[in-house]
Structure formats: structure tokens, C-alpha cells
Design a protein around this ligand. Structure first.
Ligand code: MN
Ligand code: MN
Length: 315
């Protein structure tokens, strides 16, 4: 037993997957995990500011090296390989947030993404509400042109709410105004709260909208065939794209939705068809989920999506 460490999930500091903390040494990492604990963009039930901490805590369940196992990646049943083997994942901590000052907060988010890209690391962003995706993508200006793939129960293409332009129902609309962004695809849209104007605006812009009903009826291959893939893609995942039975801890749940397997198979298909240059996972609200299922699902989605992204990068 000498020299061995149990390293149980509940022991130690909750960085993402118990990965090392990134200080000034970002160049030493392939992946930088960034928390954005901001929920000032929410118009209904707040609490997503606690998302990053909850996801980090549950991610310890997937920590590499837990209970004496091999510390490099995880073994995948499907490929028969160790996924993420040798991929250096680090936790860059949280972006600084100032309540009631979205300009300050958004500037810090954009700066952080620019830093990660200049240090050649792959950004994984933990939300926060969905408004944070606009300043994240804004920070990718040097990486364009790029496509956006958006998985969400909602379109998030609202121009404004009485002059408020940066709420969590507007990030995709704001992103559509960036000149280095080209093709936008929204997958999983459902419910009865989509406004006709937002829908028409999205269609007129050229968005490809694949509603949940179509995922269900036509299947994953058909969904992937409808996506106009660009060479490079940023992916934004709103946890409410999942069935709320799987992820109840979110501010605006819509009944039904993707199964875990449907979501992972879509993400796997995306990772194999385009160069994913970063992604976020937003709208996890642990205060609405005493079971912890939502941040647990979020952590596993992130690990598996990273697995498939680096599987492709390694050829
Ligand atoms: Mn959203
Ligand atoms: Mn949503």
C-alpha cells in the first residue's frame, strides 16, 4: 500500500476533475477550464451563478486517478481506448464578476478567452447563465471564420427586452452580429415560448433550426446531415436541451427534451466532423436540484465531449 493514494472523490480541493490549478503556466496545458459565475442575465429563476462550483464538485466523480486508477484519461467501452490519455487539463479558476456591472463582467470574460487562445489552450467554459456566451465568442475574434452550434430548448435569438440586449434569451442574436461568425445551427428547440418574431429573425439570418421533435423523429444521423459544418466551430450547450427529468436544476426547463445518449451522440458527431475550437456548458442551477443530478450530468457531458474532441485531434 505504500506510495498509493486513495484520492477519493470527496477528498481534496474541487477543481474540475481534480485537475491542477492554472496560474501563470497556461502554456503547459492543452485544456483550460474557466468558471463564469454570473447570472445577471436571467429573467426568471436565478442561481446559475453557483453552477461552476457545483459542476466542479460533481466533476470529482470523473477525476482521473481516482481511487488508485490510471491517472491519465478514462477507458472508453466503445473505442476500447483510453480517452484523453496524456491530454493536460487544467483549471483556470473563475472570471472576476461584478454584480450590476455587466460591462465589467463581459470584458473580463472576453479577456480570459483571449488569454486562453493566445496561450494555445482549448477553452471549456462553465456557466453561468447563457448571456455569457456572447462575450466568450467575442473573445474568439482572431479564430474566425467559424460556425456556431447551439444546443438548447430555446432559440435565444431575442433582439431585446425593453432595451435590455444582453439577457440570457439574446446571446445567439448578439453572436449573429459578429462578422467572423458565419453559420449558426440551433438544435433541440421546443416548448411554446418561442416568439414568432425571434424565429423569423433567426431564419432570415440563415440559422439552421433543428427542433427537438425532429431529433426524435429523424434520428441523429439525419440531424448531423443537416448541419452545414464549417472547418471551425464553437459549441454552446444549454443544459436545458436535456429532458428536465435528467437535469432539473435549470432556470427555464421545458418538458421532454434530448436523452443523455442523444446529446452525446450529437456531440460525438460534431467532434468528428469539424474542428471544435472551444465550448461552454451553461444554465446549471444547483439551487433547483437537491439531488445534484444536473451538475453531475454537466460534468460528464464535458468530459465525454472533450474525449471525442481530442480523439479527433489525435487523428
Ligand atoms: Mn439558452
Ligand atoms: Mn434554454
Amino acid at each position: 500500500m505504500k506510495g498509493k493514494k486513495a484520492n477519493m472523490a470527496f477528498v481534496g480541493i474541487s477543481t474540475f476533475c481534480k485537475s491542477p490549478i492554472i496560474m501563470d503556466n497556461m502554456k503547459d496545458f492543452d485544456v483550460a477550464v474557466i468558471g463564469v459565475p454570473y447570472d445577471g442575465g436571467i429573467g426568471f429563476r436565478p442561481g446559475a451563478r453557483f453552477g461552476p462550483r457545483a459542476i466542479r464538485e460533481m466533476s470529482t466523480r470523473y477525476a482521473f486517478g481516482e481511487t488508485g486508477t490510471d491517472a491519465s484519461g478514462y477507458w472508453d467501452l466503445e473505442t476500447g481506448k483510453r480517452m484523453l490519455e496524456g491530454v493536460r487539463i487544467g483549471d483556470a479558476g473563475d472570471v472576476d464578476i461584478l454584480y450590476l456591472d455587466y460591462e465589467y463582467t463581459f470584458s473580463r470574460i472576453t479577456e480570459m478567452i483571449r488569454r486562453v487562445k493566445s496561450e494555445k489552450a482549448f477553452p471549456v467554459v462553465l456557466g453561468g447563465d447563457h448571456s455569457i456566451t456572447y462575450p466568450v465568442v467575442r473573445g474568439l475574434s482572431g479564430e474566425g471564420p467559424m460556425g456556431i452550434i447551439h444546443l438548447d430548448a430555446h432559440l435565444d435569438f431575442k433582439d431585446e427586452v425593453l432595451g435590455v440586449k444582453y439577457g440570457n434569451s439574446s446571446p445567439i442574436k448578439r453572436i449573429s452580429e459578429l462578422e467572423f461568425v458565419d453559420k449558426i445551427v440551433s438544435i433541440g428547440t421546443r416548448g411554446i415560448r418561442t416568439s414568432e418574431k425571434d424565429y423569423k429573425d433567426a431564419v432570415n439570418y440563415g440559422c439552421t433550426i433543428i427542433p427537438y421533435s425532429e431529433v426524435q423523429e429523424s434520428g441523429i444521423v439525419s440531424v448531423l446531415n443537416q448541419i452545414p459544418f464549417m472547418d471551425r466551430t464553437y459549441v454552446t450547450i444549454d443544459i436545458d436541451v436535456l429532458d428536465p427529468a435528467l437535469a432539473p436544476g435549470t432556470g427555464s426547463p421545458e418538458p421532454e427534451g434530448l436523452s443523455y445518449t442523444q446529446l452525446i451522440n450529437i456531440l460525438k458527431g460534431i467532434a468528428s466532423r469539424t474542428d471544435v475550437i472551444g465550448f461552454d456548458l451553461v444554465e446549471v442551477n444547483p439551487q433547483l436540484d437537491p439531488t445534484g443530478l444536473t451538475p453531475l450530468a454537466a460534468a460528464r457531458i464535458i468530459v465525454e465531449f472533450l474525449g471525442w474532441i481530442f480523439y479527433r485531434k489525435e487523428g
